[in-house]
Design a protein around this ligand. Structure first.
Ligand code: HDE
Length: 737
């Protein structure tokens, strides 16, 4: 609200206008934070300050000030030589405000730019104690963590649900220093040597001329590279599987990918591979869902994670390790443990649980926490060490290096989110953005002026001591070991381990992605690669592309399948799953209330969908409408229930746009679309109180698997809940895809 001269009324200032009804005019205390939404702790569990300064939290004081603390009376008008005159250079507030704004952005991550994160805790089971002396793995030790999930290829503002690998990076703030486990949701990688990383990323990123496509692998340069560089075959196959399109960050596995070392108190070393196992099971979208979500809710995964945590449905993962003897060969049953394009089937080396992670708080500031968090593989603690995996070795260089550009200098470990909770006593000094006020005069060793401090620790006083592993004498070479040459046996293992429906999805994914390539030669080369994985896979994709299927070069071996690689077949908790309940004013509203409450009690999320917003039954026990036919889309729901037959929607706002000519009393086309998609995406569907007629209109067969019809709302819900345990109604594939 402004006066005639365009001035903002200043409360208490001479000439203030009466307060407007919308705008508060009195300073007030800030609202208390929502539960579980507090900022980073100012003091760590070990009593160390973390650097978070509550006094600098935005919007927490009564009066607006400059960065220097001077109170301001106007932030809406520049200081001018008269109302129509030029702006005066002396306007410090204008310059400060604009200059700071001009520099608000920092470079996005060169990969993994798009992400979402959460705070939590990790509690060790103590089961790793015999192989690792890391203190945070000991029984019942609780360690704060910060986890950032991400896509790889897309820019910071790109859609969440694209087909891509997902990052799964965890920062453990242990008492012995920060340990970063920077993993992915796929256990193998595209390349075996870090020197190829710029190549694969340049190929996967948008084309340099037009900068399209964004966050996609369905384009020529990606397929050009991965079909020429056959060590990428295994990871690419995982990308084309359902693992490339997760339903939720909460329902992804995580993998350290490389083989690491555990070191016990005596210095003995064991090779390990890290696995995160989600308590909710591994669950994916179907491709059409992922594509729709990219348009109707590009923040699908970010929202899902934040909503679940805010609602108290804290996601959990069990951390586990596969362990292998640290022999000079570093091989396990013919699998080279230093080759990051290989996994070790769980049937050969079971994953042994060593702790539980619970994510229980959302970040309070995206930039300060999610954007500024800086992971680095070299952040290790005593009890964990690296191996010679050439991919891992290159990563040890890259992460600090990239932060120097991204975070503008070498002092990023001082940012609150990156601060260790262990006491720091380094001799690193000065540099851009130095926030510490170091005391003493002798940041060097040896010194006598600061009493010789600090001293170095020994293994018995908690020092990180590298495993004194033998390094075989050899020539300097740019070569890989021969065992790295096998690029096809594990892709075949993965393919053979998939169920028919998962194979169907893989075929569809390759057909889609290659169908988006323009270069015929790349498609033909891709088919040759597929022929080396499986004849049937190659033939089916070739049919979809309208090309002849080439013969495999050489015989295909048949490794034993690894059922653990499949996502289908388990039974999982339905916690946090979203149930759409469709109703209108004439529906069985008592049933809606009962089902809504039962869904909530079961730890799931009910969303009432009606033709228009507001409430149903306003004169009785009102039911809040959370989605309308205009705002609901099937992708948001894990199951859809119909509490009757909503009245024909020809007159509903937007219905005519949704399907021209469908007026005249037909069921609202947006509801029919919702049901059609839910059906084709193999979701559980339920109807009672006459909703079956609408299902029939939507082309949903009442006797199809996973379609529950009749009885009371509670009975329908019970069956639907049971169906959700399997994640999807797998028997319904292949439907009319
Ligand atoms: Fe990364 N990777 N990476 N990466 N990576 C980065 O570091 C790199 C690799 C992974 O949420 C960058 O801070 C090289 C494998 C995750 O902040 C950069 C190589 C795995 C994240 C970088 C790899 C990963 C990154 C970009 C080949 C799974 C996001 C921004 C040797 C085991 C972390 C940054 C976050 C981020 C380099 C390969 C996982 C450029 C050179 C293998 C989850 O430093």
């Amino acid at each position: 609200m402004t006066d005639k001269q365009g001035h903002q009324p200043v409360p208490g200032a001479p000439g203030s206008l009466p307060p407007s009804a919308e705008e508060p005019t009195e300073p007030r205390e800030p609202l208390p934070p929502k539960p579980d939404q507090s900022g980073p702790e100012t003091v760590s569990p070990t009593g160390q300050p973390t650097g978070a300064d509550p006094a600098r939290n935005a919007q927490s004081g009564a009066y607006l000030t400059t960065a220097q603390g001077a109170r301001l009376y106007d932030t809406d008008h520049s200081l001018k030589a008269g109302p129509r005159g030029p702006v005066l250079l002396q306007d410090h507030h204008l310059r400060e405000k604009i200059t700071h704004f001009d520099h608000e952005r920092i470079p996005e991550r060169v990969v993994h730019a798009r992400g979402a994160a959460a705070h939590g805790v990790f509690r060790g089971y103590g089961t790793a104690a015999k192989v690792s002396k890391a203190a945070f793995l000991a029984k019942d030790v609780e360690t704060p963590v910060f986890v950032r999930f991400s896509t790889v290829l897309g820019s910071r503002g790109s859609a969440d649900t694209v087909r891509d690998t997902r990052g799964f990076a965890t920062k453990f703030y242990t008492e012995e220093g920060v340990f970063d486990l920077v993993g992915n949701n796929i256990p193998v990688f595209f390349i075996q040597d870090a020197i190829k990383f710029p190549d694969i990323i340049h190929a996967g990123k948008p084309h340099p001329d037009r900068e399209i496509p964004q966050a996609q692998s369905a384009h020529d340069t990606f397929w050009d590279f991965v079909t020429l560089h056959s060590e990428a075959t295994h990871h690419t196959l995982w990308n084309m599987s359902d693992r490339g399109i997760p339903r939720s960050y909460r329902m992804m596995e995580g993998f350290g990918v490389h083989t690491f070392r555990f070191v016990d108190a005596e210095g003995a070393s064991t090779l390990v591979k890290f696995h995160w196992k989600p308590k909710l099971g591994v669950h994916s979208q179907v491709w059409e869902e992922a594509q729709i979500a990219g348009g109707v809710d590009p923040d699908f995964h970010r929202r899902d994670l934040a909503d679940a945590i805010e609602a108290g449905a804290f996601p959990q993962w069990e951390l586990g390790v596969q362990t292998f003897p640290d022999t000079p060969e570093q091989m396990f049953q013919g699998i080279d443990l230093l080759d990051p394009t290989k996994l070790v089937p769980e049937e050969l080396a079971p994953v042994q649980p060593i702790g539980l992670m619970t994510l229980d708080a959302n970040p309070s500031n995206f930039f300060a926490e999610t954007e500024q968090v800086a992971f680095h593989l070299g952040n290790m603690v005593p009890g964990i060490d690296v191996t010679n995996d050439p991919l891992l070795q290159g990563r040890l260089f890259s992460y600090v290096d990239t932060q120097l550009t991204r975070l503008g200098g070498p002092n990023f470990p001082q940012l609150p989110i990156n601060r260790t909770h262990a006491p720091v006593n380094d001799m690193l000094r000065d540099g851009m953005h130095q926030t510490a006020v170091h005391r003493g005069v002798a940041p060097y060793r040896p010194n006598s002026l600061d009493g010789g401090c600090p001293f170095v620790a020994g293994a018995d006083t908690g020092a990180f001591v590298e495993v004194p592993a033998e390094v075989a004498a050899s020539r300097k070479v740019r070569e890989a070991p021969e065992s790295f040459d096998d690029h096809f046996s594990q892709p075949r293992l993965f393919w053979l381990s998939m169920t028919p429906v998962e194979r169907e999805h893989i075929v569809a994914a390759y057909t889609f992605e290659l169908g988006k390539c323009y270069e015929q030669a790349i498609k033909e080369r891709a088919l040759k690669v597929l022929a080396r994985i499986d004849t049937q896979l190659c033939e089916q994709v070739a049919t979809g592309l309208g090309l002849p299927a080439p013969q495999a070069e050489g015989a295909l071996a048949d490794p034993d399948p690894s059922p653990a690689l499949s996502q289908v077949g388990g039974v999982w908790p339905a916690d946090g799953r979203v149930i759409g309940i469709v109703a209108d004013k004439d529906a069985d509203l008592d049933g809606v209330r009962a089902v809504r409450d039962a869904v909530q009690e079961a730890g799931m999320v009910p969303l009432v969908v009606a033709p228009a917003g507001g409430v149903l039954d306003p004169d009785g026990d009102p039911i809040t409408v959370q989605r309308t036919f205009a705002t609901a889309r099937s992708i948001e729901f894990d199951a859809v229930l119909l509490a009757g037959a909503p009245a024909p929607g020809a007159d509903a706002i937007g219905a005519r746009d949704a399907k021209a000519g469908s007026g005249g009393g037909a069921t609202d086309p947006r509801l029919l679309l919702l049901l059609d998609e839910a059906y084709r995406h193999a979701k559980a569907i339920g109807a009672w109180a006459g909703g079956d007629g609408v299902l029939t209109s939507a082309g949903v067969p009442l006797d199809a698997p996973g379609v529950v019809n009749g009885g009371s709302g509670a009975e329908v819900l019970e069956q639907v809940r049971h169906l959700l345990g399997g994640h999807r109604v797998w028997d319904r594939f292949p439907a009319r895809v």
